[in-house]
Ligand binder design. Sequence first.
Ligand SMILES: [Zn+2]
Length: 467
Amino acid sequence: MNGRRTKWGIVLIIVALLLVVPGPSVKATGPVAPKYIIIMFADGVGPGAFELGRLYHKHVLKKGFIITDTIMAAGNLGLMTTTSAESLGTDSAAAATAMFSGFKTNIGMIGMTPDKQPRKTVGEAAKEKGYRIGLLSTDAVWDATPGAFAAHAESRRDWASIAAQLLAIEPDVLLGGGRGAFLPKAAGGDRTDGRDLLAEFRARKYTVVTTAEELRRAPVGRLVGLFDNAGLSLDLDRDPEEPSFSEMVAAGLRVLSASPQPFIAMFENENTDATGHDNDFPSLMAAFEEFERGVRQAYAFYLKHPGETLLIVTSDHDTGTPSLTYAQRSQAHTASADRVYPKAEHLAVARIARGSVDKASQMLGARPTAADIQRVMAQIYPGLEMHERYQQSILRGEMINPALARRSRQGAFGLMLGQYTFVYWGTTGHSSMPVPVAALGVGAHRFRGYMDNTQFARILFDLLGGR
Ligand SMILES: [Zn+2]
């Protein structure tokens, strides 16, 4: 037998197969609209935090991290700039307005330009095209990201109006925190106009649930689940009455996939941002474990409907700019033995945490003493010690460096954890890092490259227009 001829035969068969098997579903005739669009949104996550999530899953949890290993690796990867209209910095309101309306706006504004002109949102465009809507957040559902997906307000704090607009657009799924904005004061809520938006949802044939147990038993019809008057708890401090992010994603996908109609889902994990502000590495990793579980469910849905689904994993801005360091431990900068060499065992220190930095900060009380700090350290971080300098910053209520302003306790806990994990933070605020956007499936190729965050909305409008 002629080996060379056999080899060429195999090559010809492979080439023939490649010509027959359809590639990505891009037709020559105009844009192809995905029937299902799932946006998995990790608030406040820049490239550094995503990479820490990957390293932690691989080296500490000994698990794959589907976000980078599959969605980013096999999908299309882009980077988005995050500047707002008035600043080179941003908040979630201005960033989400850019991503869901295609216009830059000022910090704090929702779904409108700085001149207070409301701009059409991706949520509204989807509704016009017959898509059902799924909105979910671990924070209040009226907060910046879900707010800018479907509503308009001069201020993200205008929760009464945003909540009413979320009722008006009638999402099929609305899950998260922020119940107070939907209930009148008389019913234990915060509304002063007397409206009971949950009663109005019920009148429109919604099931309304308020606990994790009720969520698990909810039928597959239109669903509102609001599990706290404010935002939901951080993952290391979870109230068992509240569902986790991935439990909400499971319920959301169950409802949305029960009907053959198209849908667009925006599922936000806000805990990634909150833990960034607190420079709380263990809680950020716990938030990533939850986000990863949610993304796995979305990916499983994608695998069932690969020719009809667009799956996106992205963020709005970076918070805190966390990173492992390779640096000198002291000023004796000649000895390589004096260097920090971060390894898995250092990241694994995160597993010691029995609660969040936020909880530890609150447990200190109003005027903590050194004994209070020792007590909280023993309860939340057993076996770890806080450097005298960081203790002093807490006792005096002084910031350790200007980039950690207003959160002296969080900054001190963050630096304490950094001494063991070698994860250090640039700030307790947002940074100007670009954020990744990873896309898989129908229309995913459009998200490749370096882009402005307004481009994100324009691509979604284009894809929705294809229907
Ligand atoms: Zn933030």
